[in-house]
Ligand binder design. Structure first.
Ligand code: ATP
Ligand code: MG
Length: 424
């Protein structure tokens, strides 16, 4: 037990952490060009926040939360998703008093007590976007464009962006009635969970993964055909903005999303490289959420994008996620005096932005060379008594197999020059 990580968690080992850096760097670059700033919120929040915002009819709140009591008997929960905490922070720090829309993003671990399988973990990481204070459909289109841009920049293919509208408190209750009317005669054909949903939230029945429920909802009337004027206009504007930017999408009336807080726009991006867990990004508009959490009436729109699933897609498509960090210069030193000189040179090289290393394990010169080669060092610099006496260091270009002697004082500028011509 001591040497095994908890079920559903994954270590990111040194051999693969560069992939995470690559994805995170790309995310930071793209969010910056879209005008989004990072927000960091706590890993745990008061349980009540998630119950209120995510909704007590959702799978997350009903069965997936990691909830515990602190020493003061307060109920806390590890964040199962990112929106609730960001909404809480937005209200707590009066961010609505600043320039609006507030365009925020986060890269954060999330926790859900689910059955672990490919693409489904108990601790996973989300890149999320939340934009508050913009009611225009151009903002919905912008966040979809942002997600699509990320996938494009990473070279991912074969994605499908599905969009839908699930209406608002104006038109959804009427649609619920229409839906109940349609489903009423077929209640026995639904699974137990959906029979419960029938009263509380019949829209969610459209989202059920059970075959028998899928059969029942086959010809169900669509929310899209039952939108109020405001929601209809909003949806039409969304599609026209997406068209204007040439962003491909399909209208999918079966997308309802698993969270209770959505209004109007909902969307999902799915990949054909993921098998059963095909959704990599999901989001939508939540115009009532800030108010429901105790803030002013401010509209919002956002998405969550699973980074483990993103990496799985890249792996399946053979896309290289960046390159591991390579040592530019390894100093192989022999003898006490040479080791001290090497240590001094290292400090100088690192200060110039050259990644440099030396032996710390008492290896022979030959073993130091082997180690440097295994590390993929571009240059190996040898420093022994002879070199020290001559004030020089021997520099070997490992790819070319050539070696030259360079004055010790000039080693930094020499390496800088040489490395300039090597693509990292
Ligand atoms: P699913 O239908 O796969 O359960 P979800 O609707 O519960 O997904 P969201 O709450 O919308 O997912 O979260 C956004 C994204 O976070 C998902 O599209 C997915 O990429 C990722 N995600 C959600 N749950 C997990 C998990 N348990 N493990 C890994 N990634 C996850
Ligand atoms: Mg889920």
């Amino acid at each position: 037990m001591l040497t095994k990580a908890p079920k559903g968690t994954k270590d990111v080992l040194p051999q693969e952490s560069y992939k995470w850096h690559y994805i995170e760097d790309t995310i930071r670059e793209i969010t910056r060009s879209f005008g989004y700033s990072e927000i960091r919120t706590p890993v745990f929040e008061h349980t009540e926040l998630f119950v209120r915002s995510v909704g007590d009819t959702t799978d997350i709140v009903r069965k997936e939360m990691f909830t515990f009591e602190d020493k003061g008997h307060r109920s806390l929960t590890l964040r199962p998703e990112g929106t609730a905490g960001v909404v809480r922070a937005y209200i707590e720090h009066n961010l609505y008093a600043d320039l609006q829309p507030a365009k925020l993003y986060y890269i954060a671990p999330c926790f859900r007590h689910e059955r672990p399988q490919a693409g489904r973990l108990r601790e996973f990481h989300q890149f999320g976007i939340e934009a508050f204070g913009g009611k225009e459909a151009s903002l919905d289109a912008e966040i979809i464009a942002l997600a699509v841009t990320l996938f494009e920049r990473l070279g991912i293919k074969g994605l499908k962006t599905g969009i839908n509208s699930i209406g608002c408190p104006e038109c959804r209750p009427k649609y619920h009635e229409t839906l109940r009317e349609f489903l009423k005669s077929n209640l026995d054909g639904l699974c137990a969970v959906c029979r419960e949903r029938f009263e509380k939230n019949p829209l969610r029945i459209l989202d059920c993964k059970e075959d028998k429920c899928k059969e029942v909802v086959k010809n169900v009337p669509c929310m899209l055909d039952n939108l109020c004027d405001d929601c209809r206009v909003h949806f039409d504007e969304l599609t026209s903005y997406l068209d204007a930017a040439d962003i491909k999408y399909v209208v999918d009336p079966m997308i309802v999303r698993g969270l209770d807080y959505y209004t109007k726009t909902v969307f999902e991006i799915v990949s054909d490289s993921l098998g059963a867990q095909s959704t990599v990004c999901g989001g939508g508009r939540y115009d009532r959420l800030v108010e429901e959490c105790g803030g002013p009436s401010v509209p919002g729109v956002g998405f969550g994008l699973g980074l483990e699933r993103l990496l799985l897609i890249m792996e399946a498509q053979g896309i290289e996620a960046g390159k591991p960090c390579v040592c530019d210069a390894y100093i192989a030193a022999l003898g006490d005096q040479a080791r001290h000189k090497a240590f001094e040179i290292l400090q100088r090289l690192r200060g110039m932005g050259i990644s440099a290393d030396m032996d710390h394990a008492g290896r022979s010169l030959k073993a130091q060379f082997r180690y440097a080669d295994k590390q993929g060092a571009r240059f190996v610099c040898t420093l022994g008594d002879n070199e020290l006496a001559a004030g020089e260091i021997q520099v070997k270009n490992m790819a070319a197999g050539t070696a030259v002697n360079v004055p010790i004082d000039a080693i930094g500028t020499y390496l800088k020059e040489q490395l300039g011509g090597i693509e990292k």
